[in-house]
Design a protein around this ligand. Structure first.
Ligand code: PEP
Length: 253
């Protein structure tokens, strides 16, 4: 049975003063029925991990370098994330792919580094609006899955996040049928590549304008095991409502 996951991505938002949101969240969800993860900017990882100590909240990075250490000014390695208290890392977010030119093979190399550092990888895939309009969505997702995920990831160390680029931060979401089609496709691809059991046990999140008002209907879609949430994870009240909707959703898998 797959344990659901509510993951928040703070992106380049948050100062130490915003850690009050973490306290509010962990107080509201002291014994959550789902896994909860927040991925703050690197500067907040250690203080957020300290604020989350003894609670059910996990913290994660938003990216890592593929190398373990070395001359890479401004970058952060997977072992540095782990050392700061992270247990997860988001890789291949569309903003990284767009802003930093990250290709599938770069993400695969980062995932290997993350695995070596003991982190669970949240690997993001998703089509642009033009690709969806051209009926290329499943081809693009298929290529991203094959190219970005290394062979040695397991259901414990891999989470896939389906994030249509045109839905991120726009207030627009795919129809429930469109979400279901892509999640079923990802499940089938994971099962054919990693085997029935591993593919069935791997969590698949939906991301893109998830809000308290639409979370419940998205979480009822088969093969949606939770969400990767951007804007609505910044405020404890909004993220808490999404967590509660996930706790109340039908069990998947
Ligand atoms: C994201 O950046 O991963 C995301 C889903 O953002 P938002 O929820 O703001 O659309």
């Amino acid at each position: 049975m797959r344990r659901k996951l509510a993951a928040g991505n703070w992106k380049m938002n948050g100062l130490r003063a915003n850690l009050t949101e973490v306290t509010a969240l962990t107080t509201a969800h002291s014994a959550p029925g789902v896994d909860i993860l927040l991925c703050p900017p690197a500067t907040l990882l250690a203080p957020m991990a300290a604020a989350a100590e003894g609670t059910a909240l996990a913290v994660g990075g938003q990216d890592c370098h593929a190398a373990a250490a070395g001359a890479h000014t401004g970058d952060v390695s997977a072992s540095m994330l782990a050392d700061a208290g992270a247990s997860y890392v988001i890789l291949g977010h569309s903003e990284r792919r767009a802003d930093h030119g990250e290709q599938n093979e770069d993400i695969c190399a980062k995932a290997k580094a993350a695995l070596a550092a003991g982190l669970t990888c949240v690997i993001c895939v998703g089509e642009s609006e033009a690709e969806r309009d051209a009926a290329q969505t499943l081809d693009i997702i298929g290529e991203q899955l094959s190219g970005s995920i290394p062979d040695d990831l397991t259901a414990e160390t891999l989470v896939v996040a389906y994030e249509p680029i045109w839905a991120i931060g726009t207030g627009r979401t795919p129809t429930l049928e469109q979400i279901g089609e892509v999640h079923d496709f990802i499940r089938a691809r994971l099962q054919s590549r990693f085997g029935e059991a591993t593919g069935a046990a791997t969590r698949i999140l939906y991301g893109g304008s998830v809000k308290p008002g639409n979370a419940a209907e998205i979480f009822a879609v088969p093969n949606v095991d939770g969400a990767l949430v951007g804007g609505a994870s910044l405020k404890a009240t909004d993220f808490s409502a999404i967590i509660s909707a996930l706790e109340a959703a039908p069990q998947q898998g």
